[in-house]
Design a protein around this ligand. Sequence first.
Ligand SMILES: NC(=O)c1ccc[n+]([C@@H]2O[C@H](COP(=O)([O-])OP(=O)(O)OC[C@H]3O[C@@H](n4cnc5c(N)ncnc54)[C@H](O)[C@@H]3O)[C@@H](O)[C@H]2O)c1
Length: 370
Amino acid sequence: MDERLDFLFLTEEEAVQAGAKDMPRCIEVMDEMFSLLGQGDYLMGTPNQNAHGIKIYFPKETPFPNMPVKGPDRRFMALVAYLGGRFHVCGEKWYGSNIANRERGLPRSILTTLLNDPDTGAPIAFLSANALSSTRTGAIPAVGARYFAKNNTKVLSEIGAGVIGRACVAALMVVLKQVEEIRIYDINQDAAQKYCQELSETYGVRAVAVESVEAAVRGADVINVATAGAVSPEIQDEWLKEGVLLTLPASAALSLNTMKSARIVVDNWKMYEAYAQELRGLPGGYAANLSGICGYLMDLVEGGEIPQQDIVNLGDVIAGKQEGRRDDQERVIFIMDGMPIEDLAWGYTVYENAKEMGLGTKLNLWEKTR
Ligand SMILES: NC(=O)c1ccc[n+]([C@@H]2O[C@H](COP(=O)([O-])OP(=O)(O)OC[C@H]3O[C@@H](n4cnc5c(N)ncnc54)[C@H](O)[C@@H]3O)[C@@H](O)[C@H]2O)c1
């Protein structure tokens, strides 16, 4: 018996060569992944099989000089899953995030993805996953927009134009064919200006760096928020247009009225139930213990402000179990926290491409087990 065990290693550049930034393809693959989710052909961590992942919680202070301490967007996370369908793969995304990385000339988060054979447990690929992860994250608001944006979307706004915000705009521009104006709001105004030049060259549309959240929001048809850091942008109810779609891969400060009057769509409500099992009863409620708007939503559901049965799962819409947009008037808020099954679906696709293209380095785990 051949006991030799090899797996494929892909550098960041090789993953990109193998299509990690191919947004139109990623949107299709994410749509397929949501359909599998809607059918139930997946597993994520913990006994309820729906955990986002496991996180290292850093202390506020420590007597140990080298131990990391709590900071905005500072975390280590392992996201584990099995995904079925044609993917039939187990795996993990593992990353560290630290806003201070920017001062070191590094991206905020540094990510890798490991794919394993679900039967034997053997690794099949280990990939640098920065492009992989930002592309899959950007694709999710676009999948949401396919089912929940109004047909005639003319104005797209992005609040926070970092790695994820740019990926979201790239993805939304794939599905929103009638956009005539893109507005960018970022606290880094110079970067926003430069980005707008790139956008108008790429898409031939008007692209404006605006000076406030309000200027980004008023009159916009689709608004995506992807800021990082301690303060989330506040969006006031009266700024939001009828029929608006708000896509939130990151947090926004929204009033109770905004939340209650909108149709709330999530990537996977069972994942928020898994969070609740982990965090229920902690001081400050879910909002204080979970980054992003997810904690706020969970507090509103637990407090009886939003009926849980009114929350729509995107996977159920794609699997034909729930309705997408119902009319041009309803406001929709799509909240997504990211799932390891996204990393598996996209990581596996990139791995398959790399194999076909002869990319990557074959690494040997062992020649013989004994
Ligand atoms: N839902 C998911 O699956 C998922 C996955 C990855 C990242 N994220 C989230 O996406 C967010 C962005 O990540 P990133 O990697 O692009 O970070 P990044 O640091 O590259 O970019 C963040 C951008 O936001 C801007 N910004 C910060 N505060 C702002 C404010 N109040 N108003 C306007 N602009 C502001 C910064 O100047 C920067 O350009 C993070 O919150 C991260 O946790 C979500």
